[in-house]
Design a binder for this molecule. Structure first.
Ligand code: ZN
Length: 170
């Protein structure tokens, strides 16, 4: 027998993962990049600590000469994960022991930065980069996260071809 209240029947609640991930997707929508990425950091009490999306640094013009060429654009862009870390630093919010909701599997640089920021769990329903910003194939990112003990929940990545699967051993 269900114990739902009328409001829960009419508006069933999402899980925390679904809820925060949907916020990360909304954050991504602020990006002006073709590859929109959003990140939300959440602490152990389900409070949002920081958000970030990929883009040029604050007040830096996204002049066409800087963003039209992909290689050049990468040199100007701050990744979403790095922006979430920087935004937390700006406001003095601790990121230690937070969960990161990320709309794309992190590149290897961001994976390392998430580890250093103290992120303990990463949730993404996104896939790995086909053309990783660091020329990576996701293998380094996966190794960085798993070796450092970050719990990764990435169901879409488990569905890719077995030879490309970097799932942790059961
Ligand atoms: Zn990155």
């Amino acid at each position: 027998m269900g114990a739902e209240t009328l409001s829960e029947i009419k508006f069933p609640r999402e899980s925390w993962d679904e809820y925060f991930y949907s916020i990360a997707e909304k954050v991504a929508s602020r990006s002006r990049d073709d590859s929109k990425v959003g990140v939300v950091f959440v602490d152990s009490e389900n409070t949002i600590v920081s958000t970030g999306y990929n883009g040029l640094p604050r007040r830096v013009s996204d002049d066409k000469t800087r963003i039209n060429d992909d290689k050049e654009k990468l040199r100007w862009t701050v990744h979403a994960e790095a922006n979430a870390i920087c935004n937390a630093a700006r406001t003095g919010m601790p990121t230690k022991n937070c969960i990161a909701y990320v709309t794309k599997f992190p590149c290897s640089r961001c994976a390392g930065e998430l580890v250093q920021a103290g992120i303990i769990r990463l949730v993404t329903f996104g896939k790995m980069w086909k053309n990783d910003p660091n020329g990576d194939d996701g293998r380094r990112s996966w190794t960085i996260l798993s070796e450092s003990g970050v719990a990764v929940y990435a169901p879409k990545i488990l569905m890719i071809d077995a030879k490309d699967t970097y799932a942790p051993a059961a």
